[in-house]
Design a binder for this molecule. Structure first.
Ligand code: AMP
Length: 280
C-alpha cells in the first residue's frame, strides 16, 4: 500500500498504474473509518477496480466550526485497516496541499434546488464544499468510478450533478447503508456518542422503519408526527423528518401511493448531528 500526502507523487503513481490498463476506483472519506467505508472499498475491489482511498477532513464543507474541530481522527488505525484490505493508494493531504490559496472564496457550483432543501438548507455552503473537494480529487485521480454511500443520499445527488457540470465520464456507484445491529447507521460521528446516547440514537432507524411500513396515501403527516414525538422522547432534537421525491428531492406532503419516495432525517443526539434515509 502506498501512502501519499503530495498530489504530484500520487499523480505519478496513478499514471504508471494506468499504463497497466487498470480501472481506478476512488473512495473519498474523511477518515475515522468504519464498516460503511469498508463496504465501499470492498465493492470497488470486487468490481476489479484499483482502489484509491482519500482521507481528508475538508474544512470547506463544514458550516459548524465545532463540528469541524471535533471531527474524529483515527489515522493510525485507519491505515492499519486499509493495509489489511489491500488498498493500493491512500491520499492524506494537508489542507494547504488541497487549497494552496485558502479555502474561503472558492469557486461556486450551480446545484439548483438541491442546495435549497434538507441538508442544503440546514448546512449553508456544505454542498459547495463537497463539490470543491471532489472536483479537485476527481481531477487529480481521474478515476473511472467513484464509490459513495446511500447514507448520504442528498450528497450522492449533488455528486451526480457535479459530474454533469464537469461533463465527466466518471461513474457514480451508490452503495447501501451499513448499520449497527441496532439499526443505527454507521457513522464516524457515532464515536462521539455516549453508550446511552447510542442506544437512544437507534430510535431513529426504528421510527423511520415504522413510517416506511405504515405509510399510506393520506396518513403521511400524522405518521411523521407520531415518529417525531417518539424521537423527542428518546432525546432527539430533530431538524427534519420528511418525505421527498426520490429523484428530485422535492418535499412530498401528499403521496399518491406510486411516486418513488425517500424518507430523510436529520437531528441532534446530544451535541452530535446524525442523518439517515430510507427509500420507500
Ligand atoms: P465520510 O467519511 O462520512 O465523508 O463518508 C465517506 C463515504 O462513506 C461517503 O460516500 C459516505 O456516504 C459513505 N458512508 C458513510 N457512512 C456509511 C454507511 N453507514 N454505510 C455506507 N456508506 C457510508
Amino acid at each position: 500500500m502506498f501512502v501519499f500526502t503530495a498530489s504530484n507523487s500520487l499523480r505519478a503513481h496513478l499514471d504508471k498504474a494506468r499504463e497497466r490498463n487498470v480501472k481506478i476506483g476512488i473512495i473519498p472519506t474523511m477518515g475515522a473509518l468504519h464498516e460503511g467505508h469498508f463496504s465501499l472499498m470492498q465493492t470497488a475491489i470486487n468490481g476489479g477496480f484499483l482502489p484509491v482511498v482519500s482521507i481528508f477532513v475538508n474544512p470547506a464543507q463544514f458550516n459548524d466550526i465545532e463540528d469541524y474541530e471535533k471531527y474524529p481522527s483515527t489515522i493510525p488505525q485507519d491505515l492499519q485497516q486499509l493495509y489489511s484490505m489491500n488498498i493500493d493508494a491512500v491520499y492524506i493531504p494537508a489542507v494547504e496541499e488541497v487549497y494552496p490559496r485558502g479555502w474561503k472564496n472558492l469557486e461556486n457550483y450551480d446545484l439548483g434546488e438541491l442546495e435549497k432543501v434538507f441538508e442544503g438548507a440546514q448546512r449553508p455552503g456544505h454542498f459547495q464544499g463537497v463539490c470543491q473537494i471532489l472536483h479537485r480529487l476527481f481531477n487529480l485521480v481521474m478515476p473511472d468510478t467513484v464509490f459513495m454511500g446511500q447514507k448520504d443520499y442528498q450528497q450522492c445527488m449533488v455528486v451526480s450533478r457535479l459530474l454533469e457540470i464537469m461533463q465527466s465520464r466518471i461513474k457514480l456507484e451508490i452503495c447501501p447503508t451499513v448499520r449497527e445491529a441496532s439499526g443505527l447507521a454507521k457513522s464516524s460521528r457515532n464515536l462521539r456518542l455516549s453508550d446511552a446516547e447510542k442506544e437512544n440514537a437507534a430510535s431513529l432507524y426504528k421510527n423511520m422503519t415504522y413510517v416506511k411500513t405504515h405509510l399510506q396515501p393520506g396518513n403521511e403527516m400524522a405518521l411523521l408526527q407520531i415518529a417525531l414525538n417518539d424521537l423527542k422522547l428518546h432525546g432527539f432534537n430533530m431538524e427534519y423528518l420528511s418525505l421527498a421525491n426520490a429523484k428530485t428531492l422535492m418535499p412530498v406532503e401528499r403521496w399518491d401511493g406510486t411516486e418513488p419516495l425517500v424518507l430523510l432525517a436529520a437531528g441532534k443526539m446530544g451535541s452530535v448531528r446524525l442523518i439517515d434515509n430510507l427509500l420507500i
